[in-house]
Design a protein around this ligand. Structure first.
Ligand code: B12
Ligand code: SF4
Ligand code: SF4
Length: 232
């Protein structure tokens, strides 16, 4: 029988730094690809892998080759943990589906299968800060995320409230001036409420990704300046 405590222990054993359970009722209306992705499932196991603080301390105005490498390895670790948990849950007779850590499935609208940030928030791992990133009390936004959908009967974790307060460090530091500084108790109604979205996309795709030593749509500045990540 799959139990909440066993799944959480197993995720940590496999290399997750944080794990939480979401009741999918909290995310009804969230856009997914395909549209009925969530239908067979009742819960999500959301896992986070922390990225080394020293990687972020090297980030000043843009990404470093070291960050690109750690970002890719963290994605692979997340995909491995999620796939192994998925198969173990299936062996117990339930449905389970690991959602890739960082796959863009709609390149026009810049969407994955589902927003891991929204799922992590629903699983009580943290809140979506002014940067729109998932901020955790333990590691700030210095985590990468993945989601495992399942119909196994698991106990959901309590939600966390927004703790950005009067801070606006990410807004001040953003090299694309993309962060508007808006705040919310639950979640923004659109990405545009939080960001000048196209300015962020433009900076990542037409500047950072075109640098030969980077080659990916990464940045890391709004992650590195967040005081919740520096507390560790
Ligand atoms: C496409 C993509 C991008 C695009 C678009 C980003 C974006 N903001 O959507 C680009 C290339 C610009 C990008 C940039 C970055 N990305 Co990116 N990206 C993704 C990817 C693959 C899909 C995101 C997606 O589908 N968004 C869809 C929108 C609608 O979701 P959203 O942004 O969470 O915002 C909405 C919901 O959260 C909603 N919401 C929250 N709760 C609820 C509940 C309900 C009911 C409803 C209706 C809505 C709702 O409110 C928002 C408005 O609708 C994810 C991986 C994944 N599958 O999640 C990584 C991911 C979001 N990226 C990540 C990161 C770190 C970055 C960057 C910092 C770059 C970098 N690696 O250095 C920047 C940050 C930009 C920013 N400030 O948001 C991490 C975030 C980790 C974290 N701690 O939060 C992710 C989760 C990858 C991972 N596996 O860890 N990214
Ligand atoms: S990823 Fe970079 S450009 Fe985009 S919001 Fe964060 S700091 Fe700004
Ligand atoms: S830098 Fe400040 S405003 Fe931005 S997400 Fe972190 S705590 Fe929130």
């Amino acid at each position: 029988m799959v139990s909440t405590i066993d799944i959480k222990k197993r995720a940590i054993e496999l290399g997750a730094d944080l794990v939480g359970i979401a009741d999918l009722k909290h995310v009804s209306g969230l856009p997914t690809e395909p549209k009925d992705l969530l239908e067979p499932y009742t819960n999500a196991v959301v896992i986070a892998v922390a990225v080394s603080p020293d990687v972020f301390e090297q980030i000043k105005n843009g990404p470093t080759p070291l960050y690109v490498h750690h970002y890719q390895v963290a994605n692979t670790l997340l995909d491995n943990i999620a796939l192994r948990l998925q198969n173990e849950i299936i062996h117990e007779g339930f449905r389970a589906l690991a959602i890739p850590a960082s796959l863009i499935v709609d390149k026009v609208n810049w969407m994955g299968h589902i927003s891991h940030k929204a799922m992590a928030k629903a699983a009580g791992l943290g809140w979506q800060g002014k940067s729109l990133l998932l901020v955790t009390p333990e590691y700030g936004p210095r985590v990468r995320l993945a989601t495992l959908l399942t119909n196994a009967p698991l106990d959901p974790d309590p939600l966390q409230s927004n703790r950005c307060g009067t801070c606006n460090k990410c807004q001040e530091a953003c090299p694309a001036a993309a962060i508007k500084g808006a705040s919310w108790d639950d979640h923004p109604q659109s990405r545009e409420e939080a960001l000048h979205f196209n300015q962020c996309v433009e900076k990542l795709t037409n500047d950072f990704a075109k640098r030969p030593e980077i080659g990916k749509n990464v940045c890391g500045v709004c992650i590195s300046v967040c005081p919740w990540g520096k507390r560790r």
